[in-house]
Design a protein around this ligand. Structure first.
Ligand SMILES: Nc1nc2c(ncn2[C@@H]2O[C@H](COP(=O)(O)OP(=O)(O)OP(=O)(O)O)[C@@H](O)[C@H]2O)c(=O)[nH]1
Ligand SMILES: [Mg+2]
Length: 162
């Protein structure tokens, strides 16, 4: 399998905040209360710059019908970012998704425990353990002040790819 080091795939169940995390990264969220709410239809691909290097961000739609296409979308990525919303229920689904698609991931995978601003959100340690040890980072995609953190996480993980 030929790995494309500059390809970063965000995957995870519907509504966990993949597109919002990407909007935050790309500087599209101007007001912390305003965030995109439209589900991603199929796939959205955009360019970004990490450490001054061009990369492509693949935002995989999480609705059931789109998961049929994930086998193809996840191929050859340099980094796969598995997003969950840090609830017990979603974590179970996320683990199943990981098990179902892990064969496709030729690359490194990390997890984002998103929606940390919501009460009862499970912390990174719990999420990491339940996902079998995937390096996990806490995030809250609707918090503007966390943009730099999102960028740093990806830059750090991509630099480890070298
Ligand atoms: N409270 C809170 N809400 C969030 C957070 N991240 C995303 N949301 C909200 O969750 C909803 C779904 O976010 P999306 O980014 O569209 O989710 P997605 O994972 O891209 O969903 P699909 O495209 O359907 O796979 C939106 O209403 C967001 O505003 C967060 O960190 N905290
Ligand atoms: Mg989306």
């Amino acid at each position: 399998m030929v790995e494309n080091k500059s390809k970063i795939c965000f995957f995870g169940d519907a509504g966990v905040g993949k597109s919002t995390l990407i909007s935050l990264l790309q500087g599209r969220i101007q007001d912390s209360l305003e965030a995109p709410t439209k589900p991603t239809i199929g796939l959205e691909i955009e360019e970004s710059f990490l450490d001054g290097k061009k990369c492509t961000i693949w935002d995989l739609g999480g609705q059931k019908r789109f998961k049929l296409m994930w086998d193809d979308f996840l191929k050859n990525s340099g980094l796969a970012v598995l997003v969950c919303d840090s609830t017990e229920d979603n974590l179970k689904k996320t683990k199943q998704l990981y098990e179902r698609f892990s064969k496709r991931l030729g690359s490194k995978v990390i997890a984002i425990a998103n929606k940390q601003d919501l009460p009862g959100a499970l912390g990174a340690e719990v999420v990491q353990e339940k996902l079998g040890g995937i390096p996990t980072y806490e995030m809250s995609a609707i918090k503007l002040e966390l943009r730099e953190r999102m960028k740093n996480i990806l830059e750090y993980e991509m630099s480890e790819n070298k």
